[in-house]
Design a protein around this ligand. Structure first.
Ligand SMILES: Nc1ncnc2c1ncn2[C@@H]1O[C@H](COP(=O)(O)OP(=O)(O)OP(=O)(O)O)[C@@H](O)[C@H]1O
Ligand SMILES: [Mg+2]
Length: 590
């Protein structure tokens, strides 16, 4: 075929292929234009899942007649003028492609008024040579009819009306979650589906409740934090309220909804420590940074972005979110509501792992100078600097008794609390091991009688190769023969646990994960995982009867422990039944 220039129509259709896949993608472009025009209220009317009609009316700036004629032409935009502008884009659109692309695959009519003239103008692409006067209040209405009617190949890919409308509804949710200050209304076939009034600053919670549900807000932490020119705010779903699919994850970058790998990964990492595998957290997060620090001109749909300093953004998100999660729950409650719950003289091992806390241990820790004791709790950010007046009822209450050998029942100010001893203790040990590791390495306790045991040659090789790492983890292991290992020390926190099993588990974990090591498993993540594996062995065995002092000690330990609301595997460690729930159970006051 000889070379020919493509017609403008064909060029636009090709461009449309990149951004317009279905009715919801048309709507996305129209909503972004309305928001860029400063709309305070946006009305969306849909017919037949958007296949017959998509109409967006806004009360934004509107356009004068000349701009209207230009707006529907290719490469016409009011949002950038020069190459430099691409470096700091503050608007959602900038390509000047959306309207002509839409016009190439559907019939498009735009009616708009600036409020300066007595009337507005309307233009139907393909029919009108130029804008004609028409009544319209200040703002713009864009009507898109019969999507893909002259592109049968594309039309074929459209799904049922219901499915297409579901995508539309999800899009409106997404956009509306990001812009609480704008009112939204969505109708389908003349029936109201979503109505949201405009909210002022500080009322954002209402929008989140409307769109994510009361249960999300109740099981989430609010976050607002900034550092190094970055700000992150929003709601983090608690790990215990995680979901089977990643369907409630909303991230906005400077007001733009994004689906970015780096951001998703950073969040995944932050939650990794407190979440079951294959569970997905819910969140609504706004990331703000200087537009010059990010390139949104990566993909036509603008969902992906490129950060100038990706490492910085990754670390910032991961740290802030992990920190917020650690501070949340019983831990935050204890230090915020009852500062005295943090007791600097508390023996680090008040609740000794499987062994009774002897008087010698208590004496030793009591003698710990205050500044060292403080360092032990240095990670706790909400820790008050001095212990103050004693709150009679700590967050997790006072133990009433042990049930079935596995639960502790406690009475709290609110009602009653049930603790899964094993799960709670796993987390306590794990967090202590992590803290020790971070500070001066896991404290070791030499074994009076070293343990010799047989392993496979592969495991023995691994133990030899990784001897330094094992030692750092508190496990001094020597190789005595081709299949012989000797364990000489255990982490002090696990002194009474079964050393041989710990070593076997750690070696098994190392073996299983050396393969995935290259796949982005950082040393940090690896250490955390190994400490988690070890932590499981330190926890109280079921059916061990605790004295009531030990039960209370466990509760106090829990209040001091970050991430205490979930065990190392993401299961909840405690539940509370408050007075209202108890009354409901017994139908009191009904
Ligand atoms: N609802 C609206 N209110 C006011 N002006 C609008 C509206 N919709 C579009 N415009 C004007 O029309 C121009 C073209 O819109 P279009 O969506 O095609 O491109 P864009 O938004 O500039 O870039 P992009 O292709 O990235 O969306 C915009 O730059 C804007 O000036
Ligand atoms: Mg646009």
């Amino acid at each position: 075929m000889p070379i020919k220039r493509l017609s403008a129509q064909l060029v636009n259709q090709i461009a449309a292929g990149e951004i317009i896949e279905r009715p919801a993608s048309v709507l996305k472009e129209l909503l972004e234009n309305a928001l860029d025009a400063g709309a305070q209220a946006i009305q969306v009317d849909i017919e037949a899942g958007g296949k017959r009609l998509i109409r967006v009316r806004d009360d934004g700036t509107g356009m004068p007649a000349d701009d209207l004629a230009l707006a529907v032409q290719s490469h016409a935009t009011s949002k950038i003028a020069a190459l430099d502008d691409l470096d700091h884009i503050a608007t959602l659109g900038f390509r000047g492609e959306a309207l002509p692309s839409i016009a190439s695959v559907a019939s498009l009519r735009v009616t708009t008024a600036t409020g300066a003239d007595a009337h507005g103008y309307t233009l139907t692409v393909g029919n009108d040579a130029e804008p004609a006067p028409a009544p319209h209040s200040a703002g713009t209405t864009v009507e898109v009819r019969d999507l893909f009617h002259q592109v049968p190949a594309r039309r074929k890919f459209l799904r049922t009306e219901r499915t297409e409308f579901r995508h539309i509804q999800e899009l409106v949710r997404r956009v509306a979650l990001g812009r609480p200050e704008v009112a939204f209304r969505l109708t389908h076939n003349q029936r109201d589906v979503i109505t949201l009034s405009a909210l002022t600053q500080g009322q954002e919670r209402q929008r989140v409740t409307d769109l994510m549900g009361e249960s999300f807000v109740a099981a989430s932490l609010q976050l607002d934090t900034q550092a190094a020119g970055l700000r992150l705010r929003g709601w983090l779903g608690l790990p215990t309220a995680a979901r089977g699919q990643p369907d409630l994850q909303y991230v906005y970058l400077n007001g733009r909804m994004i689906r970015d790998r780096l951001v998703t990964q950073a969040l995944r990492r932050a939650y990794a420590d407190v979440l079951f595998k294959d569970r997905f957290p819910a969140y609504v997060l706004h990331l703000q940074l200087d537009p010059a620090q990010v390139d949104v001109n990566v993909h036509p749909t603008k969902h992906e972005v490129r950060f100038r300093d990706g490492g910085l953004v990754f670390d910032f998100i991961q740290r802030q979110v992990a920190r917020a999660l650690a501070e949340g729950g019983a831990y935050a409650g204890s230090s915020a509501d009852s500062p005295a719950a943090v007791n600097f003289n508390a023996p680090e091992q008040a609740f000794a792992l499987g062994s009774e806390p002897g008087p010698a241990a208590a004496a030793a820790t009591a003698a710990l100078p205050l500044h060292e004791a403080r360092a032990v709790y240095a990670e706790a950010p909400a820790t008050p600097s001095e212990p103050s007046n004693v709150d009679p009822t700590p967050r997790l209450g006072h133990a009433v008794g042990q049930i079935h050998g596995v639960f502790i029942l406690a009475q709290s100010t609110q009602g009653l609390i049930l603790v899964d001893m094993h799960a709670a203790h796993e987390r306590i040990v794990y967090e202590r091991l992590k803290r020790q590791y971070a500070e001066q390495g896991v404290a070791r306790q030499p074994l009076l009688v070293p343990i010799n045991f047989t392993v496979s040659p592969v495991e023995a090789d691994l133990a030899e190769d990784q001897q330094a790492l094992l030692t750092e983890l508190g496990l001094e292991v020597d190789r005595l023969g081709p299949e012989q290992l000797c364990l000489r020390s255990l982490p002090a926190l696990l002194a009474s646990a079964d050393g041989e099993t710990i070593v076997r588990d750690v070696l098994a974990d190392l073996r299983a994960n050396t393969a995935s090591h290259s796949a982005g498993d950082t040393i940090r993540a690896q250490i955390a995982r190994l400490l988690g594996t070890m932590g499981c062995h330190g926890s109280v065995r079921a059916n061990r009867q605790l004295t009531s002092a030990e039960q209370d000690a466990l509760l106090r330990d829990m209040e001091r422990t970050p991430n205490i609301d979930q065990c190392n595997h993401g299961r909840p460690t405690w539940v509370e039944l408050d007075r209202r729930a108890l009354d409901r159970l017994f139908l009191r006051g009904q």
